[in-house]
Design a protein around this ligand. Sequence first.
Ligand code: EPU
Length: 366
Amino acid sequence: MLSLEYLSCKRDKYYNKKNSSQTVAAVKYNIMIEYNYPLLRHNSFGLDVVAERFFGYSTDSELKDFLRYEYDPSTRMLHIGGGNNLLFTGDFHGTVLHSSIKYISIESETDDNVFVRVGAGVVFDNFCRQAVECNWGGVENLSLIPSQVGAAAIQNIGAYGAEAKDTIVEVDAIEIATGKRRTFGVEECKYGYRSSIFKTALEGQFVVVSVLFRLDKHPKPNIEYAALRDFFDHDYTPNIEEVRDAVISIRQSKLPDLKRLGNAGSFFKNPYCNRADFERLRRQYDDMPHYDISDNLVKIPAAYLIEKCGLKGKRIGNVGVYDRQPLVIVNYGGATPREIIALADEIRQSVRRKFDIDLMPEVIYV
Ligand code: EPU
């Protein structure tokens, strides 16, 4: 059952201590915590799990108030975005935070660039759409990735030859322990493949509240990614609106429709392999696709490895390996976390046995 608790007693206590008027407090602290909150709408796998406590906020100050009065380091806390990259392994015993900070505003402009600040709770594709409508280049290749802007900056989402970090200038975040704001320049974010300082050294320590992007007023479409290049006639140079349409069309043809089949996009990361190991594998599998990362490192599509294990399209109960993109695990309806974990384990074991490669989940288990 859903129950609500306004933080009035807490704020009253605080203001009594400070001898301030409760009327001010009521205006200032308009935050609400919900108990036994169903997370079905907040995880794209469509798992029917519950959060012990849930706090949704739409301004920085609501978040700060929450951290000031309700933060308890001994309680588990999880900040979710669209819940598109999470696997809840069961009910969440702790507090789930969710941002609805939604604004898109121009911060400054030069002859070549426009600097746009976007609230962490904005749906990333809404930002992509608006950027393309204004003919500002940089995020069109990331169209339709299911994510909110804050999560996109933490996860460094990427697709079709572009990554979020390519356009990020800085990330504004609030430190959980102190409630203080800190701005991270893009270098400080330590971006890597689906990674950032917010997932490594500073994991769980900051909440992203906004991201500043640099977009190009004279867009140069990037169609280097093979699937995108093949979409257009050989000598045709598309504009960014056409690139966005192409990306949407390719994604829709390969990836399951979230409204129909629960999933979290790529379940695994594409593994890196040293060149000697890759050459050894290549002698056995001469069609193995790969991307050179450095002289000694090669990236191999996990989709290929999973397909070669004969798992493409495999279904066990309510879960399965998507038949058009085996990197995606789908919920056919009513799946439990246990079923998804069991299938993911089976995929990992098969790939390890056949290729001696350990697939690492891109999805975060919580
Ligand atoms: N492939 C197969 N069999 C298949 C599908 C693909 O062997 O059924 C091989 C093909 O060789 C293909 C290669 O895998 O060329 C790569 O496939 P694709 O271009 O579909 O991309 P991906 O490596 O599987 C990555 C991202 C996706 C992103 C696409 C497009 C990761 C983990 N995944 O997938 O991101 O949309 O590239 O750029 O890096 C996500 O993060 O959730 C996500 C969907």
